[in-house]
Every structure is written in C-alpha cells, then in structure tokens.
Design a protein around this ligand. Structure first.
Ligand SMILES: [Zn+2]
Ligand SMILES: [Zn+2]
Length: 287
C-alpha cells in the first residue's frame, strides 16, 4: 500500500510536485494533466484526500468529484472540440488501477486517436443469472441509501416541514374562505326563505370540509415521513413521497379517511355549520 507521503498524486495536490500541469486546484478536488496523456487534453480529477479505493470516499467527496468530472468534461469539450470523450475510473489492480489514489480520467476522443477500449463481444451472464445478480445488489442497496449525510437529512427534513406548513396554511385559509360563504348563504336563505340557497350553503360546508380533512390527511402523511427521515430509516434521500412512510399496501388517494374527518380540526368546525344548515332547511320545510 502506498502511503500519502509516497503518493505521486498527493504530491500534486499539495503542490510539492512543481512540474505538474495543474488545471484546477480546489478545496476538495484537484484537476491536472497526466505525465503521459493518452490523447490530447487527457485530464485527471482526484480528491485532495488520499483515498485509494473509490468505495471509501465519503458521500460529500463523491459529490464534489462527480461535479468536478462534469465541469472538467465540459471545459475540455469547449476548449478542444473533441468528437467524443471517455470518463474512466479504475479501482483495484485487476481493473488496471496503477496509482493508489482515486482518480477519474477524462479522455477526449477523436476517431483517429490512439486510444483502445474494447468491450467483450459475449455477455458474461445470461438472463436468469442477471436476475440473481440484480437481487443480490438490490438487497444491500437500502443499507447504502441509509448512508445519508446529516446535512442532507436536515435539508430533506426542512423540505418536508415546508409541505407540512403549506398544508396547515391551506387548511386555515379554507376555513377563512368558508365563513363568509356560510354567513352569506344561510343569511340569505333565512331572510328570503330559500331552501335552494340553504342547500347550496350546506354543499359549500361539505366541499370545504372534505378539502380541509384532505389537507389534514396529507399533513399527517408528511409528518409520518418526517419522523421516518428524522429516525434515519430507509427513505431515499430527498424523497417527498409520503407513501414511503405508510404501511405497505396503503393506497394514496385524496379522500380523507374517517380519523381525518373526526379530528378536532374538522368535525367541531364543519359539523355545527352543517347542522345549522340542516336546521334552517328543516325550519323552512316545516314553516
Ligand atoms: Zn494520494
Ligand atoms: Zn488511472
């Protein structure tokens, strides 16, 4: 194992290698030319920390590297107008890694260049074997998804919190819209002895009630999602799908469930209004 002290890429990162052609020197990554470029503009992107194995990078380092590779590819493309380019990363001797410091090769390509890259003509696995490989990888993937930085989790939580706030704002604005409508229709129904307008008033109460109960339902679903993310359970980073936090088989729809309708925020508000409307209708009929 080559230590950081003996690592040629670390020498470039620290600036000890005065001969290196450095394209870019950043806080997290360094971009430079290899000693022996495979094509014109062949560039290497490395993390500043000495890490030999790609899979040992932190989530933040891999994000920074990914961005740097993308930016380098764009710069190379804009400056040299190649016909195409390869991005190559090799981990392990078997994969032809020669310097034990993670690096991405950005290799501009021309049809007459000297690069050779050959993929095998035959498939390594047949369909059923691929299915077994697929499930083997998927089996460990949730654990990998669980490795979310605290910063990402905090950001995710604040997104969810924003939805919760929006839902409760929508709920209170539906209440504030309903009150003048009810006052107007019920008042009109009483003074003009109109059953139709009283019915309209009741309909409005029902519609707003269902709407509000649905806001409450969504708010509850997002609160559950919030708890799941806060607890560090396997919710994909930045997912805003509240169904992920609900028991399997739960249908996602926009009809409030009984507990939402019965809740203190819905039943005691819309119930009496509906009763008042029904009372007015009964009074108008029996008059
Ligand atoms: Zn190194
Ligand atoms: Zn290499």
């Amino acid at each position: 194992m080559v230590s950081a002290a003996a690592c040629p890429f670390c020498a470039i990162v620290t600036g000890d290698d005065a001969d290196a052609r450095v394209v870019y020197r950043g806080q997290q990554v360094t971009v430079f030319f290899p000693l022996e470029p495979a094509t014109r503009g062949h560039t290497l992107v490395v993390p500043n920390r000495h890490v030999a194995d790609l899979t040992d990078l932190t989530a933040a380092e891999s994000r920074d590297l990914g961005e740097a590779v993308h930016r380098t590819a764009r710069a190379v493309r804009a400056a040299l107008s190649p016909e195409g380019l390869n991005v190559i990363q090799s981990t392990g001797a078997v994969a032809t890694q020669s310097v034990p410091h993670v690096h991405f090769h950005v290799v501009p390509r021309w049809s007459d260049d000297r690069m050779t890259l050959r993929w095998p003509a035959e498939a390594a696995e047949d369909g059923p074997a691929q299915d077994r490989t697929l499930s083997a990888i998927q089996a460990v993937l949730p654990a990998e998804a669980g490795v979310v930085s605290t910063e990402d989790r905090r950001q995710h939580l604040s997104f969810i919190q924003a939805v919760i706030t929006r839902m409760s704002q929508a709920s209170s604005s539906s209440k504030s819209w309903l009150l003048p409508i009810v006052t107007l229709t019920f008042g009109y129904a009483i003074t003009h002895k109109s059953i139709v307008v009283a019915l309209l008033g009741c309909l409005a109460v029902l519609v707003f009630g269902v709407l509000d109960a649905n806001y409450l339902k969504q708010e509850r679903a997002f609160r559950k999602l919030y708890d799941e993310v806060a607890a560090g359970h396997a919710v994909p980073p930045f997912s805003m799908n509240p169904a992920l936090a609900s028991p399997a088989g739960t249908k996602v729809n926009y009809w409030p469930d009984w507990p939402d309708v019965r809740s203190w925020a819905v039943a005691p508000v819309y119930g009496p209004l509906l009763l008042a409307g029904v009372g007015i209708i009964v009074w108008l009929i029996c008059r």
